[in-house]
Design a protein around this ligand. Structure first.
Ligand SMILES: *Cc1c(COP(=O)(O)O)cnc(C)c1O
Length: 447
């Protein structure tokens, strides 16, 4: 090769390298789409709602996460809730390492399961007995089966916009016209199964009363997110929660509070303690696993005793009560019991929502926000929504624009206008101020 040819070759190579310096996130996403449907293992991760390329994270610490390009973000997703003490809290990491060194799993009882079950029952007085599973989906699916087995009834009631995992009977939306029969919200869910689910409006106590007046004796269970966090954040009206308890008691239906998100998130006693409502069954997940797959359902002893091997309602799990997951959960639950933990979370969440609201107001942007304990909702709207329909009428395009601008500024919000956000005890007042300053800069050039 001549000297000239070599130089051209080198330049060409260099050019190709520079030209190829696209983001590692993009490269990873392109490759992932070849072997994983949509490139993700859970749909909302794909950024379809906000558009663009999802971030691939390589590490997290405290309130921060770093993507594949080593860019740092202040994280308001926290693995969708579990990271309530921040990423890689040393106590949690140590507990996981210690547990792993003793064996990753046995498929047989361990003392740590007793420890976490006892702790859950002590922290949440509505739990007389509890069973451990590995995901929120398993917890809700089994709670429904248990309620059906206990009551001998088939119909269940859920609320539009609430998410309870991806089991068949819960992927259901309101049917058009008829009040009674739900319709599948996913292909693959048989219409016959969806028809056993009645879908009502969240926060509509009168609608709930009407449904129970019509078919109360057929209803095995009502399942509800006591603070809805899967349609952005919708707080419950006190009269709605009171009506839930009343109609279930009156008609012998099982009230299931799905606290997979709100448990140990809105307060140490969950939403049931925060609002003073007593469920028959409770489902837990997210925070109680500390980032690893641990979840649970529990409640009234007479209902829980229907479960195999005591009773005839079957449920099982190879990985249920896995010692490493339980260790992460126990370590996390120890942290949240520290004096002032929830006061601190609440202060940070309030600082954030009030700061963002003030910034938007300065520039006349229709925006509002609220928080409950350590979770928050942001709305591009004039008023805080109280129902699914009102959430749907928020300005989604404005959120998407805001989301991407915040991402550029190093703030990671949930990649959808329809998800709640989370703060952790690792978020400092300075982190929140930095977030508000980023939003202020974005809002100042809005229009
Ligand atoms: C996340 C969530 C679930 C599902 O939990 P997975 O662990 O994702 O299966 C169920 N209910 C609520 C309220 C949730 O937020």
């Amino acid at each position: 090769m001549s000297e000239h040819a070599r130089r051209v070759f080198r330049l060409q190579n260099k050019f190709i390298k520079v030209f190829n310096m696209t983001s590692h996130n993009q490269e990873l996403f392109d490759a992932s789409q070849q072997v994983i449907p949509g490139g993700v293992n859970s749909p909302v991760r794909a950024f379809r709602s906000v558009g663009g390329t999802p971030l691939f994270f390589q590490r997290g610490r405290g309130a921060y996460v770093w993507d594949a390009d080593d860019k740092r973000y202040i994280d308001y997703v926290g693995s969708w809730g579990p990271m309530i003490a921040g990423h890689c809290h040393p106590d949690v990491v140590k507990a996981v390492q210690d547990a792993a060194a003793n064996g990753l799993g046995f498929g047989a009882p361990t003392a740590s399961e007793l420890e976490i079950a006892g702790l859950l029952c002590r922290l949440l007085p509505s739990l007389e007995m509890v069973r451990l599973v590995s995901s929120g989906t398993e917890a809700t699916m089994t709670a429904i089966r248990l309620a059906r087995g206990f009551t001998g009834r088939s119909r269940i009631v859920k609320f539009e916009g609430c998410y309870h995992g991806h089991s068949d009977g819960l992927l259901v939306k309101a049917g058009s016209g008829a009040l009674t029969f739900g319709q599948p919200s996913s292909s693959g869910v048989p219409a016959e199964i969806a028809a056993l689910t009645t879908v009502l409006d969240y926060n509509d106590a009168a609608g709930l009363e009407r449904a129970f007046a019509e078919m109360g004796d057929e209803i095995a269970a009502v399942i509800v997110e006591p603070v809805a966090g899967n349609m952005n954040l919708v707080a419950p009206r006190p009269e709605f929660l009171a009506a839930l308890r009343q109609v279930c008691t009156r008609h012998g239906a099982v009230l299931i509070l799905d606290e997979v998100m709100t448990g140990f998130r809105v307060s140490l006693q969950g939403a049931q303690g925060y609002y003073g409502i007593k469920p028959d069954l409770v489902t837990l997940g997210k925070v109680m696993g500390g980032g690893l797959p641990a979840a649970a359902f529990g409640g009234r002893r007479d209902i829980m005793q229907c479960l195999a091997p005591m009773g005839s309602v079957y449920q099982a799990g190879t990985l249920s009560g896995n010692p490493v997951a339980v260790a992460a959960g126990l370590a996390t639950l120890k942290l949240v019991q520290q004096e002032g933990f929830y006061e601190y979370l609440e202060q940070r969440a309030k600082q954030l929502t009030e700061g963002l609201t003030a910034a938007a107001e300065k520039y006349g942007i229709p925006f509002c926000a609220q928080s409950v304990g350590g979770m928050f909702g942001l709305y591009f709207s004039d008023a805080i929504p109280t129902s699914y329909a009102e959430v749907m009428s928020c300005d989604k395009e404005a959120f998407n624009r805001f989301f991407h601008a915040m991402l550029d500024a190093g703030v990671y919000l949930a990649p959808s206008a329809f998800e709640a956000g989370f703060v952790s005890s690792a978020h400092t007042a300075a982190d929140i101020d930095e977030t508000i300053a980023a939003a202020d800069a974005i809002f100042s050039g809005w229009k």
